[in-house]
Write a protein that binds this ligand. Structure first.
Ligand code: GLN
Length: 302
């Protein structure tokens, strides 16, 4: 397995030059575009890694999956999905599309920033308590109690978050966001700044692959099904459809270059490669996932 991972990295790493490291959050711009790492964990807990798989990076949008789970546990499906939809879209992750039209609109899904800011607002607790609960859940899932916020990224995003601020204030104006807007945004920036490596991501993937079993999560199997379904429909933004056809592994990307992959009943996968394609997904990561899926028959639709 490690040989295979190494070969896929060697074969595809040249693609990084066609991508670009995110720089709209200034600290993210410091990442090296040529870094690439991958880790796979199987149901027996065997861990296989290659490349820069122990590099640390922030979760960014991958945290939206955990925020969704907590919002669902705290508020129930009916309330959550009355404020955020379950529709795949081709909108950019930070889109404000349709937010100022007179018709009744809710964000298409909880993987877009607009939808995710709502799910974070629905998590019980005030301000930082919300993101602390996400952090606790991640520490619990990974059994890694060293996982923490990366303060510089948190501050960097908070300082340059005009778009997310605009989204959140519009959401409040539309009666979709309760509570103090700045407090909700602060929790959202904090959850995005949680720092992991590919092993942690693979463990999170395995948690969903294993249907949340052996964790004290209410209706865990159902929660895993919901999260995995939403990931396969919307996890890679406008590329989700193509990714489902080419890769067929429910995944969630983050703008720091991470990809969380879930192969139900088989594997958890963590990939890191900070050079991004135009959708904001790791360009080398997507290609490696495509080839890995073929090599190991991971496509869930096959
Ligand atoms: N923190 C990022 C933002 O809100 C997350 C986006 C992403 O990872 N695609 O802009």
């Amino acid at each position: 397995m490690e040989k295979l991972l190494k070969r896929l990295i060697e074969k595809n790493k040249h693609m990084a030059r066609h991508g670009k490291v995110a720089s709209y959050i200034p600290v993210l711009g410091k990442a090296s575009p040529n870094d690439i790492g991958i880790c796979i964990m199987d149901m027996d807990g065997n861990i296989y890694g290659s490349g820069n798989y122990r590099n640390k990076f922030t979760l960014q949008s991958i945290s939206k999956v955990m925020a969704l789970i907590l919002a669902l546990l705290d508020r129930g499906e009916e309330e959550v999905f009355s404020k955020v939809g379950m529709k795949p879209t081709t909108e950019a992750f930070n889109s404000l599309y349709r937010m100022d039209l007179p018709d009744k609109w809710i964000p298409s899904n909880p993987m877009l920033n607009s939808g995710a800011i709502i799910t974070t607002s629905l998590i019980k607790g005030k301000g930082r308590e919300k993101s602390d609960r996400i952090l606790e859940l991640i520490r619990d899932i990974t059994s890694n109690f060293n996982i923490d916020y990366e303060e510089e990224t948190y501050r960097s995003e908070k300082k340059t978050a005009d778009r997310n601020r605009a989204i959140a204030y519009l959401l409040r104006d539309m009666n979709l966001l309760d509570g103090n807007v700045e407090e909700v945004l602060d929790a959202y920036f904090r959850q995005c700044s949680i720092e992991v490596d590919c092993v942690d991501l693979a463990r999170i993937g395995l948690f969903f692959a294993n249907k949340c079993k052996s964790y004290n999560i209410e209706r865990g199997e159902h929660m895993a099904t919901l999260a995995v379904t939403i990931m396969s429909l919307c996890g890679m933004y406008g590329f989700s459809g193509e990714y489902a056809v080419k890769v067929g592994v429910p995944s969630k990307s983050g703008v720091s270059g991470g990809i969380l992959g879930v192969v139900p009943n088989r594997f958890g996968i963590g990939v890191y490669g900070p050079a991004l394609d135009r959708y904001g997904n790791s360009i080398v990561g997507c290609k490696i996932m495509e080839e890995l899926s073929k090599e190991l028959n991971l496509n869930i639709f096959e």
